[in-house]
Design a protein around this ligand. Sequence first.
Ligand code: HEC
Ligand code: HEC
Length: 251
Amino acid sequence: MRRVVVLALGSFCCGSLWGQAGPYVRQEVDQAGSDRGKRVYTQFCINCHGALAKGTEQGPDLIRSPLVLRDRLGDQIGPALKKLANHKTDLTQAQVADLTHFLKDQIETTAKNRNPEHPPNVLTGNREAGRAYFNGAGKCNTCHSPSGDLAGVGRKYMPVDLQQRFLFPRRSKPIQVTVTPSGGQPVTGALERIDDFNVAVRDASGEYRTFTRTSALRVDINDPLAAHNQMLDVYTDQDMHNVVRYLESLK
Ligand code: HEC
Ligand code: HEC
């Protein structure tokens, strides 16, 4: 559901650029494309390739992938996505071009920050502005508290990791779902799987239950991380820096 707007915007641009640059010309990162690409990446790739595209157990490092390094505006990645198993095959050329700007951007950033003694400074924001955002426009305080779950978070993580954790939190609990058959009792539990035809729930007693999806079956999904993902479209860079600076002060 989310990000439909952004994806639609992405497709206005860049389609004709695919394959234009020759193989020996370095692809210049287009910052707007990279920003759009980040959203595509966050939606479709991050789970397996990781927040920094450096890989996870589910997928390889894309920063050091020769295929990605060779890519020019999607000419390698586009065809690869169509061939690779379990990859999305219906991205538009514009989305793929945006993805490659994002990945090139990551490659360049990684190269610039190679020295582990001098990690990038992510503490350039303003703490008070971050606090105000936390309790105001960001609505962070509707789910978090600086003296509760986030107490000491600035001690727990290095600043760079803190920024990652805040932008791309890990899911520690499964998505909850409530399924209500017409005229029946609602069943609430962990969402095990959902597609157009069925929804499977593991209820509080541990029982696995599958329902056929019909228009009469009500399905309410409650993903506590949905807010985080949606906010990626909303933060300005300044908001992010301010929030990180504020979180870092929670020692
Ligand atoms: C379900 C996990 C998963 C998702 C989601 C996923 N990938 Fe992958 N990706 C993999 C795995 C595993 C491989 C290695 C597979 C192989 O080599 O056959 C791979 C390989 C690749 C490669 C080839 C790298 C190389 O050096 O050969 C590229 C490029 C790639 N993925 C890009 C993407 C992009 C872009 C997205 C999002 C649109 C994405 N992947 C989403 C798991 C995933
Ligand atoms: C709708 C609820 C909700 C809102 C709003 C929300 N978060 Fe979160 N946040 C979560 C959940 C859920 C997690 C994952 C925690 C878990 O499952 O353990 C999380 C994780 C985090 C983490 C990582 C904590 C850790 O120890 O890894 C940080 C930092 C964080 N959020 C900061 C923020 C900030 C800053 C905002 C506002 C800009 C915000 N959150 C808004 C629900 C929310």
